[in-house]
Design a protein around this ligand. Sequence first.
Ligand SMILES: [Ca+2]
Length: 647
Amino acid sequence: MAPVLLLPLLLQLLFGRSLAAYRPNIVVIVGDDLGWNDLSFHGSDEIPTPNIDALAYNGAILNQHYVQPVCTPSRAALLTGRYPIHLGMQGPPILAAEPRALPLGHTLLPEYLQQLGYVTHGIGKWHLGYHRKEYLPTRRGFDTFLGYYNGALSYYDHILETTYPDYGYMAGHDMRRNESTAWDLQGKYATDVFTDEANDIIRAHDQRLPLFMYVAHLGVHAGNAGKLLEAPQEEIDKFRHIADPNRRTYAAMVSKLDQSVGSIVATLQSRNMLESSIILFMSDNGAPTIGDPYPNWGSNAPHRGLKDTLWEGGVKGAALIWSPLLNRRPRVSFDMIHITDWLPTLYSAAGGRPYDLPPDLDGVDQWTSLANDLPSRRSEILLNIDERIKTAALRQNNWKLVVGSSQGGKFDEYFGSSGSASDPPFNFSSVLTSPAGRSLTSHAARSGWPVIGEYAMVALRARATVRCGPNYVSATCDPAASANKHCLYDVQNDPCERNNLADVYPTVARALKRTLVRYRAGLVPQPPALQQPSLADPKRFGGAWSPWADDLQSSNLQADSSTAPTDGPIGSGPSASVGPSASAGPSTTPSGNKPAPATAPKPSKPSTKPNKATTEANKPKSTADPLEEAPPATEDDKDDNEDMILY
Ligand SMILES: [Ca+2]
């Protein structure tokens, strides 16, 4: 940390000015497994989120923001600016006893911001590997860290439990202050732990330096079996209008997350730091409404699918951005953004020079587009390719191709609460009187921005609410069962993925498939899913999950369990988890060392031309038949089966 902090101080001495004067504070808040329909600015009255809504209604609601289908790949994409297929991290989340991590050799977002003089703080979930100390957040760009290394834990006792069939039950504490175990925080609700840490950091921040704070909440991920959902009883009692007791507790967890956002915004305002801040809020993937072992009763309605699927319910992540640096706000943006874009976008917003970043990043600098409401610089997003479970999806302009199906298709339907007529009607004045609302109103009054009133909020909310549109096709497409194993949707006009147009527009389907095949050529295979419960067992480390492989050579990392735990995360089931005998190709090592460069050519960078399709998304929906909007056939339409093999 010391050499990094010396640079800005040296610059201050040389130029006699504060770096913070031209580098905005950046606060990224991530909700875990938070459903699309569980934020009230998307239209549901069931769970009011007035603080998050206040940011949304005063900033830009990002309604075409795509993430990865599960935790680890999303976080890897966020911090590297690279598609997980280029990291070998396109598969399931990292398990507690698995010697796997985000490969070294990639500069992470906090490291880039350190280079620009930022003080960097990581709070909450890491989930990018910890079996060796070199993979810890404190070794990868964060000056401080308060949080946990694994994917989930119980909210009060901060314990993660897991059971391996060949080994048995394991449990350990997983809360760290920097690299020390934070036993003193046991018993305190995790969302409050992270909120208090964020507020303490803001209060103590030296405003001569720019601040980067990554708040990766546990909320609203499920905890351990037997106490999946936990919230303070007084919070649960606010949601008596919700009949399902699990959904009621989930609502309280969302509410605690919302209050955390409000508290952080208010603390920034109390120190007059909002004026120079960017606040980005997102969910890392869709909610796992059902399923084992971590269902949370969240809702992605009206979208199809849920966490761990490539349907919109899994990968269209709720998101918003607020900043005085956005010149056109409030607004609802329908421009395509992918989670990989945030690294170059925030680096650019921080005053970094785009050409200082690696030219082969998958993320696109969207800062100018965001700040000035210009069309997205993207017309294409690779949503994922998982070569093990044989799934893939691509978004290109208004089209989306879905290939294969995860979890045997059991999450391919429509799940989750749509809200209910019996819910109390949404109270817009609660947005204005929330801590975030009051802070933003105060900030607006001081800086000359108009204060957003209830009438404007009603209009923004209506615009941000997804409506499924007409149903043209009677049969639901099942990509695992259909003859050509893919489904094609015009998601701009059919956001609920009900009308499979693959047979109507085979030309379009082939073109998207061809693009997927080109991406597939550059895929870094997933490393073997080793499991080492006997080495990782917290009993060896005083009861805390801790790095366990520092004394081992990579060649000695051998699986001592042939199967994944019985309570592994979604995506770690038999179809996604293999023993060491399953070769993952020669280019990666089980210790997570940097993969060898892929020799296959990468697909072209996303187009930087203005995206007509997404520009037009800002206009009212056309009632015209979307079937008439397909591009004309080309020479490429001649099928070329030998070139269309994905797996
Ligand atoms: Ca997640």
